[in-house]
Design a protein around this ligand. Sequence first.
Ligand SMILES: [Zn+2]
Length: 339
Amino acid sequence: MIEQTRQVSRNLSGLPTSTLNPVRIELPTPFDVGSVNAYLFTGPEPVLVDTGVDSDESWAALQAGLAAHGLTVADLQHVIITHAHVDHFGAAARLTANGRAHIHIADLGYEWLAAPKDKWEQRIAFYRDYFLAPCGLSPQAQQMVITYMTYAAASSTAVAPERITTFQVGGQLAMGGLDWQVLHMPGHASHQTCFYQPATRQFISADMLLHKAPTPIVEEPPNGKTRRPSLPLLLDSFTVLEGLDIAIAYPGHGPLIHNPHELIRQQRQRIQARKQEALNHIRQGCQTVIELVNTMYAHYPENARIAGLWMVVGYLDLLKTEHAVAEQLVDGIWRYSIN
Ligand SMILES: [Zn+2]
């Protein structure tokens, strides 16, 4: 422990800050979310966190970002993935094909990297057979969601297992000459990891802390189990985050975050307010998920309402946890009533 502290202070005083602080490289995506951030530690050995999507445009932006620090793809030996969403890991296979990079991911996310098509198949089957219809979506709306997911599946390229190295949550990763704690922060993705450096109070939050509250994506349940409610998990991860002393957070999208605790406070407040709105709509006669989505996300274009669907399911998960509403499957559709 003492040895470790000495190591940190020597690094803090002895190395230029650029090797300690990750550099943000903004990469374009074809998704509604806009650009995604990769982070580069330039020394003592280069480490890249997240890769962007597998597109020529993003690849060119990544190469330019590396070149700005005198690096090329061939210099990257270690690439760390925060979570296996395609905007974060899409170019991992291309990186291994163009260099000697090893792709590091938490063991929880391994299968999404090694066999993304299988994982997508399971998720799509769950949405098709157990989720979208009970939400009350029309067959056309269901098809729109499936088409979107199929597109994301098609953009997920598998990484050869021999090029994947897994790490454990609760362990540490060396980046920029310092050890970063690996934290498991489910809610946006059940296998989401974030990285915390206590001496420099830096936090790589990926999609767990964003300028807008992260979307609690509904996931297929593990075999034979019931679905884990994402928004309650996300709020639990917020609680863990609130316990950390963080001076600066590096989000998966958008500029760096200098007020993480204030941001979480605002997002919690907004989630509670929207949950209350959902409850009021149920009181006034909204009965199904899709009715709530159409009421609460009327300002969204119809093809962008998938995010609204996830949020509404999240508010309902919270209300169910609090026993404020009851859920009943009637003619294949979940109906909600005030308890
Ligand atoms: Zn994500």
